[in-house]
Each structure stands twice: as C-alpha cells, then as structure tokens.
Ligand binder design. Structure first.
Ligand code: IPM
Ligand code: MG
Length: 358
C-alpha cells in the first residue's frame, strides 16, 4: 500500500486538487490502485492553520509518504509577511527537507490545442520538451545570503550561487537517463562564459557524458537558450540546468504550448519519492470561481503513477482520458476556442472520470 499525501494549498489549489482526487478515487475503486490518502495544509493554508507555511505536522506526514500531490501556494493575502513565513517557503522547505533535487517539467503541445500558442503553429506543432531543473541547490539555497549595510551606509542584497560536483553529478546522471529513454539528445544550459559555477557544471556534465555514450550532449549558454526556445523550440528534446535558469526557462517553455493550465511537474528524490504539482500557480484572481483548469493537476497524478507508484499502465490510462475529453471538445476558459464547449473545473474533472470508465 502506497502512502499519498495531498496538499491542496492556496488559491485555486483546493479546487483543482479536488478533481484530481476524483480521478484517484476512480483508480482506487475501478482499477485496483492501492493508495492510502491523507491531507495536510501547506503555504498560506499552513500559515492560517498552524502559523507556518510548512507546519511540523505536514512535514512529518510528507516524510512518511511515497508521493505528494500539491495544488499551488501563494496569494496576495500573505505577501506582506516576513520572508520566512511566506507561502513559497512551504514549497521550498518541502523541496529541501525531502531532497527533491530533480524537477521534471515537460512542455508538450497537445495537438488538440495547437491554436492556443502565441507562436506560429509550424514553430510549435508536435513540441515535446523535457526540462530537468536542479531543485535543491544553486542560488535559491546558497549561503551566505541576506541584506546588509555597507560601510558607506547603503544597503546591499547578496546571494550565493554555489554547486558542488556531487550535486551536478546527480542531476546530470538523472537527465542523461531520461535523455537515453527519449531521443538520446541532452542539452545542458549554463553561463560558462561568465560564471565559475557554470564552468564546473560544464566540466562535470562533459565527464558524465563518458558514461552515456548513447546520449549526445550539447551545451548552450542560458541567454541563447532563452532565444532558441522562442525561435526554434523543436531543436530541443531534454534540457538540464540549474535551479534559477530552470525556473526561468521552464516558464518560457510552458508558454510555448499556450496552455500552462495543462502542464504537470514532478520533483523527485534519489529513491523516486516525489512531489507532483501543476506548474501554473495559485491564480488568486480566479480562485473560488470554479473555472480553473484541473487538467495539469490530473496529469500530475499521471506523472505520479509513472515515477513514484510504478503504475505506468494507469498513467497511460489517465493521459488517454485527458486526450479523450479534449477530443470531445471540452475546454476550460484558459484553453477555450471557437466551436468548443466551455466548461468549469468540476465538469472537466467529471468528464475525465467518465472517460476513464468508458
Ligand atoms: C516554481 C515557482 C517557485 C520557484 C516559487 C513559487 C518559489 O516559481 O516552482 O517555478 O521559484 O521555484
Ligand atoms: Mg517558477
């Protein structure tokens, strides 16, 4: 029996997670998925319930779980809190405490949604990129960090960008393994023309490449990678990069598909224990309106089945069910288009469950 913890979080989080739970329930009752589910607050919800974005009780449950499903965290209500109490710290804390160092962010253009991209159809049709982002190191966690007073009286902010060899090696090997299962091409993104950290990154990636002779490794500077992503994104298959570059490039890649409401993600440790979440945020502007797209969260369940629960068969069933509802013309407002039926969060979730049954 696998243990699963559900962290609805803030904003649209609870609404979209509720639909993913219906899918999980269907998998349990109809498809023999053996999971035990518990819920816990995180982010702003954690702060409201226990005065901290990552309550001790939530962390304890997370440590005992095989997988976590997270909605989203954050909202204007908590923006004025001191940094250590802001909702984002719940997310960063889970990543760090559980050593979820490998973040998989697929950017896939669903053929049914080809018109949703802001880029020309010929540039993006068939797009299928996997960004592998290092998630527990780099400038997000480097020390020292802070805001201090200089001798001349001015304040200065400072952060530290640091990666050691073993950190680069483990994310590198992870990315090579993934590239090996896909097209056999891996592009490592850095800023080696300016940063020593990137120089080491490049050296280590090149070294690991010797273990993966079936994978073709290339290197690209991050500024060029940003440009190439919007110029000719189909040149990429798997990209691997550090924490902050990955944060930025994965948003750009997601937008190429025009439907950020469709994209799931996985954050894994070295034992395939993982946290799964849609890559869109908490969208406070539409929270509570029943119009958020639950498909990214439902597809996050599919990733969970594939990477943590060892049920590739069910992952494929869920992905097929999502394809089915798109084929049937159902669209939430974020992916709405002429001639298609616009539905709300609940109706979309129910349609996926129905497609699973059929
Ligand atoms: C993401 C988000 C987070 C990050 C924020 C919410 C801390 O942007 O998951 O990409 O920067 O990693
Ligand atoms: Mg981000």
């Amino acid at each position: 029996m696998n243990k699963l913890i559900i962290l609805p979080g803030d904003g649209i989080g609870p609404e979209i997670v509720a639909e993913a739970e219906k899918v999980l329930e269907e998998l349990r009752t109809g498809f023999g998925l053996a999971v035990e589910i518990e819920h816990a607050p995180v982010g702003g919800a954690g702060y409201e319930a226990h005065g901290h974005p990552l309550p001790q009780s939530t962390l304890a449950l997370a440590r005992a779980a095989d997988a976590m499903l997270l909605g989203a965290v954050g909202g204007p209500k908590w923006d004025r809190l001191e940094r250590s109490l802001r909702p984002e710290q719940g997310l960063l804390g889970l990543r760090a405490e559980l050593q979820l160092f490998s973040n998989l962010r697929p950017a896939i253009l669903y053929p049914q949604l080809a018109g949703a991209s802001t880029l020309k159809p010929e540039v993006v049709s068939g797009l299928d990129i996997m960004i592998v982002r290092e998630l527990t190191g780099g400038i997000y966690f480097g020390k020292p960090r802070g805001i201090r007073q200089r001798e001349d009286g001015q304040l200065e902010g400072y952060n530290t960008l640091v990666y050691c060899e073993s950190e680069i090696e483990r994310i590198g090997r992870f990315a090579f393994e993934i590239a090996r299962k896909r097209s056999g091409r891996l592009c490592s993104v850095d800023k080696a023309n300016v940063l020593e950290v990137s120089e080491l990154w490049r050296t280590v990636m090149t070294r690991i490449a010797n273990e993966f002779t079936d994978v073709e490794l290339s290197h690209m500077y991050v500024d060029n990678a940003a440009m190439q992503l919007v110029r000719a994104p189909k040149q990429f298959d798997v990209m691997v990069t550090g924490n902050m570059f990955g944060d930025i490039l994965s948003d750009a890649a997601a937008m190429l598909t025009g439907s950020i409401g469709m994209l799931p993600s996985a954050s894994l440790d070295s034992q395939s224990r993982g946290m799964y979440e849609p890559i869109h945020g908490s969208a406070p502007d539409i929270a509570g309106k029943g119009i958020a797209n639950p498909l990214a969260t439902i597809l996050s369940v599919a990733m969970m089945l594939r990477y943590s629960l060892d049920r590739v068969d069910l992952a494929e069933r869920v992905e097929q069910a999502v394809g089915q509802v798109l084929d049937d013309g159902l669209r939430t407002p974020d992916i709405a288009s002429a001639g298609m039926r616009t539905v709300g969060t609940r109706e979309m979730g129910a349609a996926v469950v129905a497609a699973l049954r059929s």
